[in-house]
Design a binder for this molecule. Structure first.
Ligand code: UD1
Ligand code: CA
Length: 469
């Protein structure tokens, strides 16, 4: 990806992002531009792309549900919002942004609901504008219905954009459409926008009318016609959102496979964040990676795993149906560890080398030193577990007294039997053994066997009650 590509340009680039529209067809309480693609708001994708290129200022035009859109947008550096109320068209939208723009640069117009435009495409468009021309991003569509058509003269020079509703049948036959994305000298745009009228079928101020004005003014108009329609595809409905999600995910899958990752099926692989992989990583079907995840060399991930905010070290194996979410605290899995199937690692789980965590084991805010094992049906919360500890099936740390959390320390080489309750705060001394079924409330000495349960008794020849006749 080109980083800060615009910083090298002679003129600064400012961005206007249109995001005032309603998005009726989403049928959602949430503003359209905040709907998630790959776990991130559509508008977030647009802002990331623009900011990644090194633009100067970004102005987001808000309207429908402006509070939510503004709250999201202004969390990004160099992003300001202006309100467009009522929404009288795309030209009217840009008019609201102009007071926030400086005349020395160029304006790149983007749409908050078009998430997948490649940075390289915007770089080429801005280069075409160069601060002295109008550059339109266009694409040929087999079905151009609904879009503004690019009208060219006999010399193939762009003359105007005609909106579908205002077009003649001949004009509607044109398949080259305007994407909604353009780059234009700001000073010229300011003057042109001031002259826009709304004498058209929709009674709107069309931004696209500036094209005919440019031609009349002698400002050169260029079209940058691209091949990939998904780069300019907007989201208007859940179906379109899902279609773009698949495009995005397929690109992630292809990039990882190119880097050597073996995906069982690139169509059943989802990255909602940033995934980095070492060499010889294998990922089975239906895995979801969220937030920041890194997989070391030779890591294998079984089918149906969800892994979020975690670092999995080299050679570890994550068996099927494992759920890992480090949230803010993160999760680390050490080299050669075996996790799952059906394991759950929560924030602050830090597992050393060769640790084994088996089925239905939950670990939260706990460290397990090298070689420790908790293989079945167990809970470790707020615990520090030493090297080679064996933690039995059904055992739990009672770490919460209803008000406060307390820590459990299990020193190296301890064996905790099955079905034990370790009531924190408590320390199990090194090399000790805790008998199955014990409820341990006091610290135990190193090397000792500790049994804390009712003594077993047997009553000989016991007669079970029998039914009265
Ligand atoms: C616009 C273009 C059309 C192009 C199409 C590409 C105009 C007049 N037409 O169509 O040539 O092919 O985009 O998708 O520009 N918006 C506002 N305020 C408004 C109106 C729209 O912020 O008053 C925003 C919308 O939220 C959306 C974007 O502008 O993000 C485009 O609006 P939309 O109505 O989808 O596009 P059209 O006007 O139909
Ligand atoms: Ca419209």
């Amino acid at each position: 990806m080109s980083t800060k590509a615009f910083a090298a340009l002679s003129k600064p680039v400012d961005v206007v992002v249109m995001a005032a529209g309603k998005g009726t067809r989403m049928r959602s309480q949430k503003p359209k531009v905040l709907q998630a693609l790959a776990g991130r708001a559509l508008l977030g994708h647009v802002l990331d792309t623009a900011l990644g290129l090194g633009v100067r200022d970004v102005v987001v035009i808000t309207g429908h549900q402006k509070e939510a859109v503004q709250a999201f947008a202004t969390r990004h550096e160099r992003v300001a919002c202006v309100v467009q109320e009522p929404q009288l068209g795309t030209g009217h939208a840009v008019m609201q942004a102009l007071p926030a723009l400086q005349d020395d640069g160029m304006t790149l117009v983007l749409s908050g609901d078009v998430p997948l435009t490649r940075p390289e495409t915007l770089t080429a468009l801005v280069a075409m504008c160069g601060g002295g021309q109008m550059a339109l991003l266009t694409v040929n569509l087999t079905d151009p219905t609904g879009y503004g058509r690019i009208l060219r003269n006999a010399d193939q020079q762009v003359q105007a954009i005609r909106e579908e509703k205002d077009a003649t049948p001949q004009e509607r036959a044109v398949t080259e459409i305007y994407s909604g994305i353009m780059a234009v000298p700001t000073a010229w745009l300011r003057a042109a926008i001031a002259k826009l009228g709304n004498d058209n079928q929709q009674g709107e101020y069309y931004l696209t009318d500036v094209v005919a004005q440019a031609v009349a003014d002698g400002l050169p108009v260029q079209a940058h016609c691209i091949q990939n329609d998904w780069e300019v595809a907007g989201v208007n409905s859940p179906a379109q959102l899902a279609a773009l999600e698949r495009v995005y995910q397929r690109h992630q899958a292809d990039a990882h496979m190119q880097a050597g990752v073996r995906l069982a099926d690139p169509e059943r692989f989802d990255v909602r964040g940033e995934l980095t992989c070492g060499t010889d990583v294998e990922i089975d079907v239906n895995c979801v990676f969220q937030g920041r995840v890194s997989l070391g060399d030779g890591v294998r991930v079984g089918a149906n795993c969800v892994i979020a905010n975690a670092h999995i070290a080299a050679g570890a194996v994550i068996h099927p149906f494992t759920h890992i979410d480090g949230e803010a605290a993160g999760v680390t899995v050490g080299e050669g560890a075996l996790i799952g199937p059906f394991a759950r690692l929560r924030p602050g789980a830090n597992l050393g080398r060769e640790v084994h965590v088996g089925n239905f084991v939950e670990i939260k805010n706990s460290s397990l030193a090298d070689g420790a094992k908790a293989n079945h049906l167990a809970y470790l919360g707020d615990a520090q577990v030493g090297e080679r500890v064996n933690y039995g099936a059904g055992s739990i740390t009672a770490n919460y007294d209803g008000a406060n959390k307390h820590r459990t320390i299990i020193e190296a080489d301890v064996h905790v039997g099955s079905n034990c309750v370790l009531v924190a705060p408590v320390t199990i001394g090194a090399g000790g053994t805790v008998g199955g079924g014990s409820t341990v409330t006091k610290d135990t000495p190193a090397g000792a066997l500790t049994v804390a349960r009712g003594k077993q008794i047997s009553i000989p020849n016991w007669q079970r009650p029998s039914k009265k006749k």
